[in-house]
Design a protein around this ligand. Structure first.
Ligand code: GRF
Length: 212
């Protein structure tokens, strides 16, 4: 059984999608074993509590006050304590250091609210992604689930889904549609495939194996 830690920073709608998929038996035996929030204010912590999932807050600013490397140390200590196999970044806004991405190489998934390589990399998070898509005038955007490596939004792409941009869209309406039509479907699907052992990662390319 795959023990999963979900990293969150905000409302936790992607965490909720994972919780709902787990309840429907769609995570192929994966267990949501821990939620780690970058801020105590994250409503995602309420969702974790309501669903009996242990949680912790690891805040970069608080860790910096303790000393260099404290953030990584606390994250890794929690991941070991809860015997985590897979890390899922779900609306998580902190950037993981190489210490963490190398230690969990091939075992960290992220959901990005655009079709990578469009509108990704440093500064492209939350509404900024959709503001950039609307400013560029794209007619199609979407979401991407990818493995996390040391390059921001640069790891091997696993799943993508396109979403139409509609006339009159604001960043908020577009964000909502991308969440509803892409993010909340792709992330549970990717986690379920991973837990079912149906993902291969070779030479930087992620592939989904056919169902036996
Ligand atoms: C949203 O912008 C979503 O598109 C992105 O992270 C932000 C918050 O997501 N993935 P969540 O509601 O906290 O899961």
């Amino acid at each position: 059984m795959t023990r999963i830690a979900v990293f969150v920073s905000g409302g936790g709608t992607n965490l909720q999608a994972l919780i709902d998929a787990r309840r429907r038996g769609e995570l192929s035996g994966g267990e949501l074993s821990l939620v780690i929030a970058s801020s105590a204010k994250a409503y995602a912590l309420t969702r974790a509590a309501e669903n009996g999932i242990p949680s912790a807050v690891v805040n970069r600013k608080e860790c910096r006050a303790v000393g260099e490397g404290e953030f990584d140390r606390r994250l890794c200590a929690l991941l070991e304590e809860y015997r985590i196999d897979l890390v899922v970044l779900a609306g998580y806004l902190s950037i993981l250091s190489e210490n963490v991405t190398r230690r969990y190489s091939g075992r960290i998934l992220n959901i990005h609210p655009a079709l990578i390589p469009s509108f990704c990399g440093p500064g492209f998070y939350g509404l900024h992604v959709h503001e950039a898509a609307l400013a560029r005038g794209v007619k199609v955007t979407g979401a991407t689930v990818h493995f996390v490596n040391e390059v921001c939004d640069g790891g091997p792409i696993l799943l993508q889904k396109a979403v139409l941009v509609e006339d009159g869209d604001t960043p908020e309406t577009l964000q909502r549609r991308v969440m509803e039509q892409a993010e909340w479907e792709l992330l549970p699907k990717a986690v379920g495939l991973y837990c079912a052992g149906r993902i291969t990662l070779t030479d930087g390319t992620a592939r989904v194996l056919p169902e036996e």
